[in-house]
Design a protein around this ligand. Structure first.
Ligand code: FAD
Length: 410
């Protein structure tokens, strides 16, 4: 029966960053990452794939090439948690024991929740930047569409990268505008929620682009069914009076963002809160009931924006606090809720939303360099040229000059 100082469930953005951070702090720790996937994806790049800026292959690397040196990769799926025995159950009923556990299994995209969607994804004008193999189809459709109606949908929160549904719309509209086709397009944004963006400071800049592109905003519209061949979509529109009705729209292309939830094996576990997310203290990221379990990334319930940028800040916090528990670090680190959403409002400009708990603005650049509430060319260069190497070469390798945690207690 294998046993480790730290077992990390999930080798995505959060899991690899945390493993690297742990080993960087203490190379004597025994650490295992459990993940069945052969490929690791840089998902923040998919918005750019959908706009023809990045080629898909730049957003994928083999898992084997990213597992930090000295860390074991257990290539299997975790089926269940057994916190009483300090063990995870792997598929095939193998047990893996730990002294401390870190859960970083990401979020589940629930494509099946929308009737008819799975049958038509990638065909009939139905696309999504939320999948590696589909993001190139978004760009193909954008290039091919010369006139007609384009719909962009956003499901109920929480979702990863809450700005991504509208990023797809802005970049598509920008292309049509530059090609002189936008006047022949009818563009609609269909959002299950009631606001364009959760932090109000960023909304005025975004609204100027909505107006520039002539996009119609439809709030409280939740996509429930797609018929690709008939090119029709159905939404449940909820009224203020609590009444709801089904509305139908025809489309030439539709960019769908699926509803999202915690993975099933997490939802069904003793680690989950009522909504299914791993139940953590939002500052220490330690589990509320199990003292030797932590969680980071999209899978847990701290009220931050679910982004890779958030995971970059969370990884050293968890690494430090795990070491503190093992008696190998002095103070406790606290996470301030930082998350970031680079809203690509046009090709070459970004509204760089950076904020923490309670919507507090947490800009990482001085205002004269990048004013996050206004479109910025420098922020675009940051996203196109700087963030990918920061992700691969710093975040996933435990280099923390951009995410040094504050240690608060001795
Ligand atoms: P993931 O990176 O998804 O990794 C989860 C891992 O867990 C996977 O490797 C998976 O194989 C593994 N796993 C799942 N189930 C099991 C199991 N049973 N056992 C073992 N392992 C398991 N973020 C930004 O910061 N900026 C952006 O601009 C941005 N844009 C985005 C645009 C799009 C289109 C998308 C889809 C996402 C975007 N994000 C962005 C969000 C960002 O990609 C995620 O927040 C980030 O990847 C979360 O990291 P994670 O490790 O929690 O999950």
């Amino acid at each position: 029966l294998a046993s480790y100082d730290v077992v990390i469930v999930g080798g995505g953005a959060a899991g690899i960053a945390c493993a690297a951070s742990l080993r960087e702090r203490d190379a004597s720790l025994s650490v295992a990452i459990v993940d069945p996937a052969d490929v690791h994806y840089y998902q923040p790049g998919w918005t750019f794939v959908g706009a023809g800026i990045f080629s898909p292959s730049t957003t994928a690397r083999t898992m084997a090439s990213l597992i930090p040196r000295g860390v074991d990769w257990v290539k299997a799926a975790v089926a269940a948690f057994d916190p009483a025995r300090h063990a995870v159950v792997l598929e095939g009923c193998r047990l893996l024991r730990y002294r401390t556990l870190v859960v970083a299994a990401g979020i589940k995209l629930n494509w099946e929740a929308i009737e008819g969607l799975v049958d038509t994804l990638g065909r009939n004008g139905v696309t999504s930047n939320y999948r590696y193999d589909l993001a190139p189809y978004t760009w193909k459709l954008v290039q091919e569409t010369r006139a007609g109606r384009a719909l962009f949908t956003q499901p109920p929160m929480p979702i990863k990268c809450a700005g991504a549904p509208q990023k797809a719309m802005y970049l598509s509209c920008d292309h049509w505008l530059r090609q002189g086709r936008l006047r022949d397009m009818e563009v609609g944004f269909y959002n299950a929620g009631g606001a364009l963006f959760g932090v109000p400071e960023y909304v005025p800049a975004l609204m100027r682009y909505v107006e520039r592109y002539g996009a119609a905003l439809n709030f409280q519209h939740n996509l429930v069914r797609v018929d690709g061949e008939a090119r029709r979509a159905w939404f449940v529109r909820s009224g203020e009076d609590g009444q709801s009705e089904v509305v139908q729209r025809e489309f030439d292309m539709i960019h769908v963002v699926p509803p999202q939830q915690a993975p099933d094996f997490v939802r069904a576990s003793p680690l989950a809160d009522e909504a299914g997310w791993v139940d953590v203290d939002q500052f220490t990221l330690r589990h509320k009931h199990f003292e030797n379990i932590w969680s980071l990334g999209d899978v847990m319930n701290a009220p931050n924006a679910k982004t890779a940028a958030a995971a970059r800040k969370q990884a050293p916090v968890v690494a430090n606090n795990v070491l503190h528990f093992l008696g190998r670090a002095r103070g406790l680190a606290r996470y301030d809720g930082y998350g970031s959403c680079p809203l690509t409002v046009e090709r070459g400009k970004i509204v760089l939303a950076e904020f923490g708990y309670g919507g507090k603005l947490l800009p990482s650049m001085p205002r004269w360099l990048i004013n996050g509430t206004e479109p910025s060319r420098l922020a675009w260069y940051l996203k196109e040229w700087m963030l990918p190497p920061i992700y691969w070469k710093a975040m996933l390798r435990g280099r923390e000059w951009l995410a040094r945690p504050v240690i608060t207690e001795g």
